[in-house]
Ligand binder design. Structure first.
Ligand code: GAF
Length: 392
């Protein structure tokens, strides 16, 4: 509420009007990594850390943006919008997608702030995109449904940020539900909410505080490697359209002899899709121990076969492997930095955090940030207490 009140105030001071307020959260993913763009399943949830925007219409055809975090403004005419290398690109990318689809977006003012740690693999960029598309949809009464908004937000990331991401992050931010993770079928886009019952345990994020520059370039390379693998399998098995349709024997037959690296990448994805389904069964049966073991297996695959981990992430996972209070841990998100996600016994969190902060500093010469997260609601309009309604 503090952040909401503060952007409301900043908006009024800067732009002299009453803003519409929107909140859109970051996300965690329990298991199912790099499976979204391979038409597999993912199991994310929205978290209690979010991006907030305050937005209002302008009389002219200009976009005026202000980031509280960066203390920076960005002003551009709608007709002159183009990608930037700054925070503004995610907002402009959404506006540009809406215009390209023929939606009547006029000039607007927008103030943005948030408490999703940036570059930590918690999808702050997807949260910005979802907050923006939701806010513009409301402001200009565009009548777009949530699923379409997710697709627009994802496309903004492709076209303005240059990362050919899957749909998971934007989906989780938009459709998040308190207390539940979302099992999303990234082929059909069917989804179900699964209550995350962690009795006595909590989700703890350990932030490496590094983001290696390889993150977006290697992400796009992995995507291409998966597509190449599918193309080779398809030469023999015409019905195959994605790694979702592929089995390990097919990879052995069609990919292994051609390129052992592409084979490893594809094998990881095929295994990860199966692992996610097993992990969901375990979660639904309340078997947190098995779920945790699957998370460790995912980490090992991401590190050794998909090769998107880094020494800091491996360090943090290895550091908890033999901790009885930790059921499972793995790197989360695209990779090359950001956070590990851990299932940790509630009473042991403080001691574990203190110990890891010390050893991480000593061995990696870096500060470790520790966040306990709760699964929260998805993108929504916010009201400040005492505000009656929003007048456009
Ligand atoms: C990033 C992407 F944006 C997601 O679409 C997903 O592929 C993830 O990496 C890996 O699972 O967060």
């Amino acid at each position: 509420m503090v952040m909401l009140a503060s952007i409301d105030k900043i908006y009024r001071e800067k732009f002299n009007g009453e803003p519409l307020l929107v909140r859109s959260p970051g996300r965690v993913n329990i298991i199912g990594e790099h499976t979204d763009y391979n038409e597999g399943f993912v199991l994310p949830g929205a978290i209690d850390k979010a991006i907030y925007v305050a937005i209002g219409k302008r009389e002219d055809a200009m976009i005026h943006l202000y980031s509280v975090d960066f203390k920076e403004s960005h002003e551009v005419a709608i007709s002159a919008m183009k990608p930037t290398k700054t925070w503004a690109t995610y907002i402009l990318g959404v506006a540009s997608q809406l215009l390209q689809r023929g939606h009547a977006v006029g000039g607007f003012n927008l103030v943005i702030d948030g408490d999703v740690p940036l570059g930590a693999g918690l999808s702050s960029s997807a949260a910005v995109e979802c907050a923006t598309v939701f806010a513009l949809n409301e402001l200009f009464s565009l009548g777009i449904d949530k699923m379409e908004m997710v697709k627009i937000a994802q496309k903004a990331e492709h076209s303005y940020a240059g990362v050919m991401c899957g749909i998971m992050d934007q989906f989780a931010s938009m459709f998040g539900k308190e207390g539940s993770v979302i099992k999303l079928d990234c082929r059909s886009l069917d989804f179900e909410y699964i209550p995350l019952k962690l009795d006595g345990y909590k989700l703890v994020l350990l932030n490496t505080n590094v983001k290696h520059s390889l993150a977006s370039s290697e992400y796009n390379v992995r995507r291409l490697q998966c597509e190449q693998g599918v193309a080779w399998v398809k030469e023999k098995y015409e019905q195959v359209n994605s790694l979702r349709d592929v089995s390990i024997p097919m990879l052995d037959e069609c990919v292994l002899g051609k390129d052992p690296v592409i084979y490893k990448r594809c094998r990881f994805i095929v295994e990860e899709i199966k692992r996610l389904n097993d992990a969901c069964d375990a979660l639904e049966m309340g078997d947190l121990k098995t779920l945790g073991q699957k998370m460790y297996e995912t980490h090992d695959g991401l590190s050794n076969d998909y090769e998107v981990s880094c020494k800091e992430l491996d360090y943090l996972v290895d550091a908890v492997r033999s901790e009885p209070a930790v059921l499972g841990a793995r790197m989360m998100g695209g990779g090359f930095g950001g956070c590990t996600i851990n299932i940790v016994q509630e009473d042991a969190i403080d001691d574990l955090a203190a110990k890891l902060k010390e050893t991480y500093k000593k061995d990696m010469q870096l500060d470790l940030s520790v966040h306990t997260v709760v699964i929260g609601e998805g993108t929504a309009i916010q009201k400040l207490p005492g505000s009656i309604h929003f007048n456009q």
